[in-house]
Every structure is written in C-alpha cells, then in structure tokens.
Design a protein around this ligand. Structure first.
Ligand code: HEC
Length: 129
C-alpha cells in the first residue's frame, strides 16, 4: 500500500514535470519550426554594423519596450530576449518573426516597419547576451 502510494506520487511528479516542460517550450521559440527555409537562410545586410545596432536599440525603445521591457529583460508573459533562443536564432529567423509576428501568442507583426528597420532590430537583438 505504501509502495503503491509512492508510485502514484512519482507518476504525479512526472506528469507535472512534463507539463512544465511543454509550457516552457510553448513560451519560448514555438515559432521557430514555422520559419520557411528560404527565410531562415537570409542574412542580415547590417550584421555587426554598430550604427544599425544603435538605430535598432532606439526602434526597440519605441516599439518593443512596452511589452519586452526597456532592456529586453521581459515582463510577465512577454519573454526575456536575453535568452538562448534568441542567441541561437538565425538573423533570417528573427526577421521572419518580426515580419509575421506570432499573433496567437500575443507577439504583433511589424510588417508596417520598413524591412531595413526590422534588420536593424535584428542587429540589436543579436547584441543581447
Ligand atoms: C504587445 C506586446 C508585444 C510587443 C509590442 C512586442 N512583442 Fe515580442 N513578443 C510578445 C509576446 C507575448 C511574445 C511571446 C510569443 C510566443 O509565446 O511565442 C513575443 C515574442 C518575441 C520574440 C521571440 C522570443 C522567443 O523566445 O521565442 C522576439 C524575438 C520578439 N518578441 C521581439 C520583439 C521585437 C523586436 C518587438 C518590437 C519591434 C516586439 N517583440 C514587440 C509581445 C510583444
């Protein structure tokens, strides 16, 4: 009987663990598999361009800080962008996300910004550690 109860607890702990993992996966990077290959492989014309990074930082303050926080550290359910997901994301993948958004999850599309500005935002995102 005691063993039986322990088994139940172990099972319950496993289920809770799994649900937590699924929830974490849903919050970070759930959009990555949706990026088409042709977008993924695009390169940023402003890569390592310090001027573009500065402009991107300003654009971030204007358009993104209200949700992601002034230093991109995240707010509530809005993710911290100093993350492994963003560090590992390819510039083309970030450009795709900014263009399309992830509307169902609350991330708007930024297709109304000129593409150049989206690349500048990508340059800035790539400086976050
Ligand atoms: C209205 C609030 C809001 C604004 C404004 C906003 N975002 Fe987001 N953003 C979100 C939410 C919510 C998510 C999480 C979506 C999800 O669960 O996949 C997100 C996700 C992201 C991600 C992916 C993070 C990850 O770990 O998968 C990036 C990158 C990002 N936003 C960048 C930006 C940039 C750059 C801007 C400004 C141009 C911006 N966001 C403006 C709400 C916002």
């Amino acid at each position: 009987m005691i063993i039986h109860r322990t088994h139940k607890l172990v099972l319950l702990a496993c289920i809770i663990g799994c649900l937590t993992l699924i929830a974490a996966a849903a919050i970070e990077g759930s959009w990555l598999p949706k990026v088409p290959e042709k977008d993924r492989s695009r390169s940023n014309p402003y890569e390592n361009d310090s001027q573009a990074t500065l402009v991107g930082k300003k654009l971030f303050q204007q358009h993104c800080a209200s949700c992601h926080g002034p230093t991109a550290e995240g707010k509530g359910k809005r993710p911290n962008l100093h993350s492994e997901t963003i560090r590992n994301a390819k510039p083309g993948e970030l450009q795709w996300l900014l263009t399309n958004g992830n509307l169902a999850k609350g991330m708007p599309s930024w297709s109304r910004l000129p593409e150049q500005q989206r690349w500048q935002l990508v340059s800035y995102l790539k400086t976050l550690q």
